[in-house]
Design a protein around this ligand. Structure first.
Ligand code: CIR
Length: 254
């Protein structure tokens, strides 16, 4: 059974980091309710959800994805690109330590989990404002002995690599081709987001289905036409914090 680690919405979420979007008030009560529905969606697709308590002083701490890369063989604890987010990693490292050997990215390396896309043994890291070559080199040192390749990918126009591309089936990527180049992902097929829905490329892929935001009906039609089973969630409040659905969990084989 896959394990999904989540963390409750911080009461400080309105002080979140923002890079590409304007600040709009987040409804904390609604954000909490949507987060519980997201956890239910994970459970409905077979995950055992481990929900960590909220961190009152860490506005972005609901976005647990950014703090770690969990592989079958080990965990890499990231060093998030935004300084305000670095204290988020410690409690995640503690939560993951019982399951895997743990490596830590060190300064001057920075990397957010939202910049890390794993396709089998190939790990792609978005070269964004949050992630750099030093972190990529460190990840290569940790992971090459385990058979992984780690490669930087140019991204423009969005916060993270996984704002631009995520996996929705074994051989299919959902992609915004304006933000990342398809040629970086050889051997994969692609579904493009609808041009009117640039933020629609972020989806959570699990064996039993895909968790997908309700805000993107035109891209949803494209996914359904490809036979992909979707569980819809309203992620309007995390979107105001420049987050999406992958950001709110760390999913790994238990
Ligand atoms: C940040 O700027 O770090 C947060 N406000 C949003 C992080 C979203 N995380 C993700 O896409 N993995």
């Amino acid at each position: 059974m896959p394990i999904a680690i989540t963390r409750a919405v911080s009461p400080a979420m309105n002080q979140c980091e923002l890079t590409n979007i304007e600040r709009v008030a987040i409804d904390l009560e609604l954000a909490g309710e949507q987060h519980r529905q997201y956890e239910q969606a994970l459970a409905s697709l077979g995950c055992m959800v481990i929900s960590l308590p909220a961190e009152p002083d860490l506005p972005d701490s609901v976005f647990v994805e950014d703090t770690a890369l969990v592989l079958d063989e080990c965990v890499v604890i990231t060093r998030p690109g935004a300084e305000s987010r670095r204290p988020e990693s410690e409690s995640i490292a503690r939560a993951l330590a019982p399951y895997r050997q743990v490596f830590h990215v060190q300064a001057p390396g920075v990397v957010d989990g939202g910049d890390i896309l794993r396709l089998g043994k190939a790990i792609y890291v978005g070269l964004t404002t949050r992630s750099n070559e030093s972190a990529i080199r460190q990840m290569q040192e940790f992971l090459a002995p385990l058979g992984y390749t780690v490669k930087g990918v140019e991204v423009s126009g969005c916060l993270h690599l996984k704002s631009a591309v995520t996996q929705v089936a074994a051989d299919i990527l959902l992609i915004n081709p304006q933000w990342v180049d398809k040629s970086d992902f050889p051997g994969m097929r692609f579904i493009d987001v609808h041009p009117e829905e640039p933020h629609a490329a972020n989806a959570v892929w699990l064996d039993k289905g895909v968790i997908y935001p309700s805000a993107f009906p035109k891209t949803r039609q494209r996914l359904e036409a490809a036979g992909i089973a979707l569980v819809s969630v309203d992620a309007s409040e995390v979107a105001k914090a420049e987050g999406a659905v992958t950001c709110c969990s760390l999913i790994f084989a238990g």
